[in-house]
Write a protein that binds this ligand. Structure first.
Ligand code: ADP
Ligand code: MG
Length: 277
């Protein structure tokens, strides 16, 4: 886990956030009065079954959606505020980036992975300014070969595309990366590889993660603290190990017990799977 800085200002403050969707007369309270703090230097998990409001909350934290009421601060800034100048957008991009379950839709099939990274790096120049060198370096960091960098994302596997999405997020050098079910679509051994990669990158680059998952095993592996959502409400929060080992709420217990035990949860198995895969 990342180095703890208990006195640092919070990375994310979610303050009494509610998001109501009204569509064709149907009213859905996707997020219902949720408040929590993600502390700087602590990775946070948000868990809950499908439909519990996780992605809605992620979009609000990203500034892609507005809460119906309440507010969110990311490193002290309200990203939902209206200002949308180019300089402002670039600056905000450095605060938070998101990696989705299947990045396919957001990767342009007509360009190579390398040119996609170069495009991001031109907007967010790396230290030293060498865009081409940094693109290669990022590929290397996430375990893509030079040959894979020169292909279209169409020719890549799901796990490789997820590596591209992670590289693209890292290219911006954001303070926070939101991972919304980022490994959910992957085979179990590939999941293990990507989770290992994320843990390595955090140790190397000091990236903070806000990790959203329905899978408590995934959250246990990467986060320090956890928030449990149920029907848009926060039902429980605390240190990940403590909450998952001894949930205060029946809902958390059921969520935990509903996920079949997986072999890579056992100590040592993750490393083994990664070696084999
Ligand atoms: N754009 C939208 N319009 C209407 N309802 C939505 C919209 N986005 C999400 N919802 C509803 O809000 C609830 C929470 O959805 P979501 O945040 O996607 O949950 P999760 O990511 O936990 O699966 C669901 O009932 C979903 O149908
Ligand atoms: Mg979701």
């Amino acid at each position: 886990m990342s180095a703890e800085q208990p006195d640092a200002a919070p990375a994310v403050v979610v303050d009494d956030v509610t998001r109501v969707f009204s569509k064709r007369g149907r009213r859905t309270v996707a997020v219902d009065g949720v408040s929590f703090i993600m502390r700087a230097g602590r990775d946070l998990g948000i868990v809950g079954e499908s439909g519990s409001g996780k992605s809605t909350l992620a979009r609000i934290i990203m500034g892609l959606d507005q809460p119906t009421s309440g507010r969110v601060l990311v490193h002290g800034e309200d990203l939902t505020s209206k200002s949308r100048s180019r300089a402002e957008r670039l600056r905000r991009a450095k605060l938070v980036q998101m990696v989705y379950q299947d990045p396919y839709g957001s990767l342009d099939p007509r360009q190579t992975v390398r040119s996609c990274l170069v495009e991001v790096l031109r907007l967010h120049p790396p230290r030293g300014g060498n865009v081409a060198a940094r693109a290669s370096e990022l590929g290397d960091l996430v375990g893509l070969t030079p040959a894979q960098l020169d292909r279209s994302p169409v020719g890549l596997s799901g796990g490789q595309r997820q590596r591209v999405a992670i590289a693209r997020a890292l290219a911006v050098e954001p303070r926070l990366i939101i991972l919304d079910e980022a490994v959910a679509a992957l085979d179990i051994s590939i999941q293990a590889q990507i989770l290992n990669l994320l843990a390595e990158l955090r140790d190397e680059l000091g990236t903070a993660y806000l990790l959203i998952s329905h899978d408590l095993a995934v959250v246990r592996q990467l986060t320090d603290d956890v928030v449990v959502l149920h029907h848009g409400r926060l039902v429980e929060q605390g240190e990940t190990g403590a909450v998952l080992d001894d949930p205060a709420e029946d809902y958390t217990r059921r969520l935990r017990d509903s996920i079949p035990s997986r072999h890579w949860r056992e100590p040592g198995m993750l490393e083994e799977l990664t070696r084999v895969g």
